[in-house]
Design a protein around this ligand. Sequence first.
Ligand code: KG4
Ligand code: ZN
Length: 357
Amino acid sequence: MYILGIESSCDETAASVVQDGHVVLSNVISSQIKLHAAYGGVIPELAAREHLKNVYPVVEAALREAGKSVEELDGMAVTSHPGLIPALLVGNAYAKGLSAAAGLPIVGVNHFQGHLYAAFLEHPEALDAPENYPILGVVVSGGHTALVLLQEDGRAQIVGTTLDDAAGEALDKAAKILNLGYPGGPIIDRLAKLGDERKYDFPRGLVGAAGKPVPAEHKYDVSFSGVKTALLYQVRERTLSDSELNDIVASYQAAVMGVLVTKAIMAAHDCGAKLVCLCGGVACNSYLRAQMQAACERRGMKLLLTPPKYCTDNAAMIAGLGYHYHKFNFHSGVDMPVSARLPQDLGIFPLARKAKI
Ligand code: KG4
Ligand code: ZN
C-alpha cells in the first residue's frame, strides 16, 4: 500500500511516500528555519504563508522522488493535530483538495504519535515483538516532552510530561538568552562538545535534588523553568569568553538531558517497560543519545534510537503511521477538523502489535 503523507504543523513543509508503513520511497522537507530565525521562534502566520507557497512543489517532489503518480497511491495521511492552527490549515486544505480530486481516502493523524512511530519506521519488527511491550516512548521535541507508555493493544498513557517548557523549547530559549541563534538545540549540541559540563551546577527540576522531595503526582514529570531562570541569572551582565560560554552551554545541556534520562529510566523501570524508544527533534542530540544509551545498558533495558533524519519534523512518520489506519480502512471525513492541542485521551495507537481500530 502506497501512502502519501503531508506535514505542515509547524515550520517544516514536508511530504513523503511510504510503502506498507515502513519502506520510505521519498522524504522531502522544506524548512523555514532561516525565515523564523530572525524572530527567535516560529511566527504562525509567516509559517502558514510559507506552507502555502511550498506545499504543492514539495508534494510534487515527493511523488517524483518516489517514482509514483497520484493514480498509483492507495491513500493519504495528513497531520491534523496538534500544531499551529494557521500552519495546519494549509496542509489540511491542500490534502483534502488532492484527496477529493484524486478520489483517495485520507486520514488525519496525530503528530505526537507520528514522532513515536518514527522510531519504528525502519524497525517494524520491534513493534511486532510481544516481548517488547509495554514500550516507553520518550517524545522530546520543540512542542512536546512526554513519556508515553504503549501497550500491545494500542492503549497509550502519558505517564510523565513537562510542567512548563518542552525540552526543545528549553534549549531554544537558552540559545536566545545566549544570543546563539535559532533553533538552539543543534547549536547547543555542537558547542557543548567544546565545554566542560561540570563547571556549572545548574538545577535539575523535580528529581529530588537540593533535598526537595518530589510530589508523588509529579514523579515522572519534568520542569525546565528553574534551569532556564538559573541560566538567565548566571549570564546576566556578564561578558563571556568563548570557553566560559562553552562550559555554560555544556553544563546547561547536561542539566536538561540529565533530568530527561533520569525520569525516562525511572518510569521505564516502574512501569515494567521492555523497550525504551527516543524520538522527536531533541532526540537528535548527541549527548542525550549517548546518555540514554549508557543508562539503558546499565539497567539492561533495550533502547531504540530514532535515526536523526526522522527525529525532526518529517512526513515519512506521518505517511508510515497513516498506513496503520488505512490497513483497517479507517478514514477521516471531509469535515475533519484541525486542532492545536494534544487530546487528553490519546485513544488507540494503531501502530501497536494487537491494536484494532
Ligand atoms: O520535532 P521537531 O522538529 O519539531 C517539533 O515537533 O517541535 O523538534 C524541533 C526541536 C527544536 O526545539 C530544536 O532545537 C530541537 O528539536 N533539536 C535539537 C537538536 N536538533 C533539533 N535539540 C538538541 N540537539 C539537537 N541536535
Ligand atoms: Zn514535531
